[in-house]
Design a protein around this ligand. Structure first.
Ligand code: SF4
Length: 360
């Protein structure tokens, strides 16, 4: 608790949250040559070395300045679970003690990290465990970035793909997320290809237009999950504000702006709710003419959720209908099903264990 308080009162910026311009400003403030900003950038983001005392090329004057005017932070790992399929889920404590999840998913030569962008979430999707606790606060760029550094140090290698699909709605925390996306795709830093960074939204339409205007260097995924406003508004209250037609307009504007850029559609199949052949047919109509990959995600019920897992036959029929219409449709079983697989589940379990321990 005392450490949390100390961290909250310390206003020095976290070095791993500083973009190229901020590093340049820092070097100028320190009175050293601009070129050292590039050295810092390369050490931190390309090589993953964050301790400036382990950067021999830096002048002593800059190291002394950093001692006084910057700080480092690596989240504490509260829980670390690895599933039989190699998926690893970690629960991380931020400087003020707030906890978020991050997931590492190995698959055919790739290592994808799913990062969180908020502590909790305000969007309230009814199929999501994270939604049940509401929003606590946004994560800063440094806190989002810290998840990538922690993963790298934990497994001893950099991740190859990033998906902003963890806890929180990324576009609800636009400035920090946009900064993060630009930093990870900075050619002189981590140098992720924008195709390997995917931002997933529940459908914050104005922020999608902002993404387009800002030319944010990442791919877009949309969590659609229904084919009528009635059903979508029921399972995703955000649809009452931004109905399907408006969301599709924004998606088309994104595709138009980016030429042949493909949008990833996420569709959670809820048994008896949105998994019928009529739903599949409506989905085909809605996405007509748009280049998409459709991820079909059979729902994994969690304690207190009001829906069921869909029948296997419904999932297959749904996928077959989409494929027949020429869409790329893939059934994605939740990875790491023998650990706390659902978003928010690990945190919920750790909190429950703490409460139990406090009672004993
Ligand atoms: S699915 Fe995503 S946007 Fe919806 S409540 Fe959960 S974390 Fe928020």
């Amino acid at each position: 608790m005392q450490n949390n308080l100390k961290n909250t009162l310390d206003h020095r910026p976290y070095l791993t949250g500083m973009n190229a311009q901020a590093l340049l400003n820092l070097c100028r403030d320190a009175g050293v040559k601009d070129v050292h900003a590039e050295t810092l950038n390369a050490y931190i983001f390309r090589r993953g070395i964050t301790d400036w005392h382990a950067m021999p090329e830096l002048p002593q004057q800059l190291r002394n300045y950093l001692d006084q005017h910057a700080r480092l932070f690596e989240p504490k790992i509260i829980a670390n679970q690895q599933a039989s399929d190699g998926t690893r889920k970690i629960l991380l404590s931020m400087p003020d003690g707030k906890e978020v999840e991050s997931v590492l998913i190995p698959a055919s030569g790739r290592l994808t990290q799913c990062v969180s962008t908020q502590v909790g979430c305000a969007i309230g999707c009814k199929f999501c465990l994270t939604a049940t606790a509401g929003l606590t606060r946004n994560l800063s760029t440094a806190e989002i970035m810290s998840q990538v550094f922690t993963a790298r140090h934990l497994i001893g290698q950099p991740v190859t793909n990033l998906v902003l699909m963890g806890m929180g709605e990324p576009l609800h925390n636009y400035d920090a997320v946009a900064d993060f996306v630009r930093m990870v795709t900075d050619a002189k830093g981590m140098a992720f290809s924008p195709r390997r960074v995917t931002l997933s939204t529940a459908g914050l339409v104005p922020a999608i237009y902002r993404m387009i205007e800002d030319e944010l260097p990442c791919s877009l995924a949309v969590s659609l999950n229904a084919t009528t406003d009635e059903v979508r508004s029921h399972i995703m209250p955000i649809n009452q504000k931004y109905p399907i037609a408006e969301l599709l307009d924004a998606m088309r504007a994104y595709v138009d702006k980016h030429g042949r850029k493909r949008i990833l559609i996420e569709y959670i199949l809820l048994g008896g709710i949105n998994d019928s052949l009529d739903d599949a047919k409506r989905l085909i109509q809605l996405l007509d003419g748009m280049e998409t990959t459709i991820n079909l995600l059979p729902f994994n019920p969690f304690q207190g959720s009001e829906w069921q897992r869909p029948e296997r036959s419904h999932v297959e029929a749904f996928r077959a209908e989409l494929k027949q219409a020429g869409f790329i449709a893939v059934v994605r079983e939740s990875r790491g099903r023998d650990i706390s697989a659902a978003c928010g589940q690990l945190k919920t379990e750790v909190v429950a264990r703490r409460k139990l321990a406090a009672k004993l």
